[in-house]
Design a protein around this ligand. Structure first.
Ligand code: SF4
Ligand code: SF4
Length: 197
């Protein structure tokens, strides 16, 4: 059952953008002959903060489609995750806690996973309007494949980011600028419930 948290057109647009992010990732992964198969690690325990209300709402669209008991289980895990992060941050450490949506190594909400989940792994870059380029080397296993190569296949994030920003603007409209700047882990998004806009 698909539950509408976002207007259907906006939900369709984010699903389409997410699928193109996935295609861009897959193309680079194929060119590098890189897969996650056999990885001894699972990067779903990386500490990431997310910044858009539209992704938060789309995540909740996925959560609302789950059976209540399944959602409760995820909420319980999110509470444990948040507490573990708080303890790590209090020790001045970067938290490393498994994402509450991860089920034995696999994403339990794959179609609704966030942008960072779709970008992490292969090398990528972000070109700013002033021409400055920020490079992301990919995960440790991909870095082993790429080695010392200076140039190679890479996902350029800029146009994808711009599209996400446009969807955020479409969702927030005039409220943009009035709402608090968003900086939440997935667990915090789960615990907070759907964004109230
Ligand atoms: S992206 Fe890299 S670190 Fe993460 S699971 Fe895949 S191979 Fe492992
Ligand atoms: S949402 Fe899914 S892919 Fe992203 S960190 Fe959580 S389990 Fe991993």
């Amino acid at each position: 059952m698909e539950v509408s948290i976002l207007q259907p057109e906006l939900a369709a647009k984010i699903a389409d953008l997410y699928s193109r992010m996935e295609q861009a990732y897959d193309l680079v992964a194929r060119q590098l002959d890189f897969t996650c198969d056999g990885c001894p690690d699972n990067c779903c325990d990386s500490y990431f903060l997310h910044h858009t209300y539209v992704e938060w709402a789309y995540l909740w669209q996925g959560l609302m489609a789950l059976a209540p008991e399944r959602r409760k289980e995820i909420e319980n895990r999110a509470a444990e995750y948040a507490a573990a992060c708080e303890r790590a941050l209090a020790r001045d450490e970067r938290p490393q806690v498994m994402c509450p949506l991860n089920d034995e190594g696999r994403c339990g909400l794959y179609q609704h996973r966030l942008m960072i989940c779709r970008m992490h792994g292969v090398p990528s870059s972000l070109t700013f309007p002033n021409g400055k380029v920020q490079k992301f080397p990919g995960c440790f296993r991909c870095q082993e494949i790429v080695g010392d190569r200076q140039a190679g296949p890479s996902v350029e994030r800029a146009s994808l980011f711009r599209e996400l920003v446009a969807l955020e603007q479409e969702l927030l409209g005039e409220k943009q600028g009035q709402l608090p700047k968003l900086k939440k882990t997935i667990a915090e998004m789960i615990l907070a419930g759907p964004p109230r806009l």
